[in-house]
Structure formats: C-alpha cells, structure tokens
Design a protein around this ligand. Structure first.
Ligand code: KG4
Ligand code: ZN
Length: 394
C-alpha cells in the first residue's frame, strides 16, 4: 500500500451498458470532468437496451466523449497520470470498446493502466467530491447519439458528504439495473458479500414492472414519477426471505401483472353489462401495455415502489446493526430513487451516504475513484486484461 498524491490524475472510461462515459478525477475524489453520452433515446424505442446497438454507439461516441473530458483538464494530456476502464460486469461488446480504448491510450502515452469492477465503482461514487461549476465547452454531437452531458455544471453534484471520506466498516447497498446486493466493506477493496438478489435486480424489476404498467423505459424514473401524489389503496407483497440478506423481486413483478389482469377482467365483465357505457369514459385501451386508468396505474406504481423500498431498507438497516457499520453507503442507478433515499435516511440506525443523483447512474467518475484505490494498493493490469461480463464483487 502506497499513498498517492492528492493531485494524482486518472482518466477513466465506462462503457458497460448504454452510457458512453469518460471522466477525469484527482486524488480519487475531486471531479475535474465527468462526461456521459446516454443512448437511452435510441434504446427506448425497443423497450430496453439492445446489446449490439449499444456496442456500435459506444464506438461512435467514445472519441468525442474522451476529447470533451480532456478539454476540461488544464494542461491536457500531460497532466494525466494513469488510465482506467470498466472490464466487467456488463455487456461483452459494450465493455470491449471502453476497455480497448483505455488500453490503447495507456499504451500510446506510456501510462499505468488498471481495470475496474463496475459494481465496486458504483460504491466508490460515494468517495467523489464534484468540482466547482465551470463553463461547459462547446462540443460537436457524437453521430447518432445524444450530446454528451457534462455533469460538473449540475448543482445536484453538491454532495451532502464531501467533507469526510467514509470510515470502515461500512455496509453498502448496491441497487442497479443488473445487480442488487448488500456488502460489508472492511477496507478499500475488501468486500464480504452479505446477500444478493436471487432473481431480478431491483432496477430490472422497476423496468419490467413499468413495462407491464405501460409506463415506458427506463422504468425506475417512470415509476417514481407515476407514484408521486398517488393515493394509497393498493398493497403488494414483500418477499422477506427471512434470516437472509438475499432479495427476490420477480414475484413482485408477477403480482403487478396479476393485479392488472384481474382489473382488466373485472373491467371487461362490467363493459359487457348493459349499464357500463359511462364507466369506460376515462379508461385506456385494455391491453397489457396500456391498461386501465391513470389513477389506478399511479396507485400500482406507488405500491410497487413501497414494496421494493421497504425490503431494501429493512435489510440494509439490519445489516448495519448486525455488523456495526459506521455508515450505510447507497449505490447504483436505483439509488437515485427519492423514496429509497428518504426512507433509508429515516430508518437507518447510522448515517446514510448517497451519491448525488447524477453519480448514481452509470458514469466514469466512479470508475476513476475506484481505480485510485487500486493504484494505491499497487495494482496495475497488463495489456492482456480481457472483459469479464460476469465479474462478481466478491
Ligand atoms: O446503475 P445503472 O445506471 O446501470 C446498471 O449498472 O445497471 O442503473 C440503471 C437502473 C435502471 O434499471 C433504472 O430503471 C434504474 O436504475 N433507475 C431508477 C431510478 N433512476 C434509475 N430506479 C428507481 N428510481 C429511480 N429514480
Ligand atoms: Zn451501473
């Protein structure tokens, strides 16, 4: 273990799913540049991420995204000390683009290179301190892609916890589109897996349930919006899996489907009755994608969100108590969920740390943060490092 300078500057790339991202981070915590080109509008029309389309878009976007990040680093390339990239888990073709681009940069500029675990990086988003706002440089659009967003202008990035780095032992609740797990962190890079999902990840459950409810993609933000101001009235089950820190969300998704089908059956039997004309006035067409009324969908979205949040929060708090954690770290795309953030903060026995919203979903700043501690640990990868689509945290 060596201590790196707070000026040690890492260029990191992230391409594990549908965001092409490049970031520059100093000292493992200070964001100099954080550029994310989202492909979400392209995948939305298919109702989910199409892996082959994602790979092609990464190839189109990566040069622009790297250039924009570098343009924000005073002194440019000469100031970069090391390079990092996600090597797993994720979509193989998508990972390849970022990993190969990063290795090429490191080789050409004779810089040290390290591969980073994407799940670990989500946790390390909690070590990041965003930089002061700066002017967004003009940048040409990546062909066929959205204009990259530079997150460092975002006032949301004023994190609530930038003063003190997290102190071990910590419990991390990682909730993303691909993963849901609880881990105990006893030091940098030291993880004990406490529990994980036995079927769908939390984000995957949000996406699938939103699809069933006709709310669009990505499902998490859509369900959160639909659930705002929803009247109560619908309750969905919770899969507690007692005496375990594991999770299960696939039954909940099926419960949503059954609720909608039951409602539709009742509606169609009412519709067949002679006095039903008025009842159908505010209804959507009754197929699985466009079911029933907006109010009912809002109630269902709220019940779904409450069920997921209740189980996640209960297990994270139990783990924090059982393992004497100093804090709970929330991480991953679902950590952007307002109900989850509020409820965890309200019920936790210890302080809760959440990344600012823009650092919950995929970005490369978190990759740089995790890479910093790998470099401090003396780790470095060779040019033979390959992608590992099924890489585990522990
Ligand atoms: O971490 P992430 O960007 O990608 C993966 O590594 O998987 O997470 C994406 C997931 C999606 O499933 C999306 O629906 C979910 O995060 N998500 C949310 C919210 N924002 C994004 N889920 C619930 N509430 C949100 N506000
Ligand atoms: Zn992610």
């Amino acid at each position: 273990m060596r201590e790196l300078s707070p000026e040690f500057t890492i260029l990191a790339l992230e391409t594990s799913c549908d965001e092409t991202a490049a970031a520059i981070v100093r000292g493992g915590s200070t964001i100099v540049a954080n550029v994310v080109a989202s492909q979400i509008d392209i995948h939305r029309r298919y109702g989910g991420v199409v892996p082959e389309v994602a790979s092609r878009q990464h190839i189109l976007a990566i040069p622009t995204v790297v250039e924009e990040a570098l343009a924000q680093l005073p002194g440019g390339w000469e100031q970069v000390d090391a390079v990092a990239a996600t090597y797993g888990p994720g979509l193989a073709g998508a990972l390849l683009t970022g990993l190969n681009a990063a290795k090429t940069i490191a080789w050409a500029r004779e810089l040290p290179f390290v591969g980073v675990n994407h799940i670990e990086a989500h946790i390390y988003a909690n070590w990041l301190i965003p930089q002061e706002p700066r002017t967004k440089p003009a940048l040409s659009r990546a062909e066929g892609n959205q204009e990259p967003r530079t997150d460092n202008n975002n006032s949301e990035l004023k994190t609530q916890n930038s003063e003190l780095a997290p102190q071990f032992p910590l419990v991390a609740l990682v909730v993303s589109g691909g993963h849901t797990l609880l881990a105990l962190l006893e030091g940098h890079g030291s993880y004990k897996l406490l529990g994980q999902t036995r079927d769908d990840a939390a984000g995957e459950a949000f996406d699938k349930a939103a699809r069933i409810m006709g709310l669009g993609f990505p499902g998490g933000p859509a369900i959160q919006r639909a659930a705002e101001h929803a009247p109560g009235g619908v309750t969905l089950p919770r899969a507690w899996l007692r005496d375990s820190y594991d999770f299960s969300f696939s039954g909940l998704k099926t419960a949503v489907l059954h609720q909608i089908q039951g409602r539709q059956n009742r509606e169609s039997s009412v519709a067949r009755s002679p006095s039903s004309a008025a009842a159908s006035a505010k209804q959507r067409p009754t197929d699985n994608r466009q079911p029933t009324t907006d109010k009912y969908i809002a109630q269902l979205a709220s019940a779904f969100q409450e069920s997921v949040v209740d189980v996640l929060v209960t297990k994270a708090c139990d783990a924090a108590r059982a393992f004497g954690a100093t804090e709970i770290l929330l991480a991953g795309g679902v950590a952007a969920n307002a109900r989850l953030r509020d409820e965890l903060a309200r019920r936790s026995p210890v302080p809760v740390r959440c990344p600012p919203l823009a650092l919950c979903t995929d970005n490369a700043a978190m990759i740089a943060a995790a890479a910093f501690y790998r470099f401090e640990d003396g780790r470095q990868d060779g040019w033979d490092l390959d992608v590992q689509p099924n890489l585990k945290l522990a």
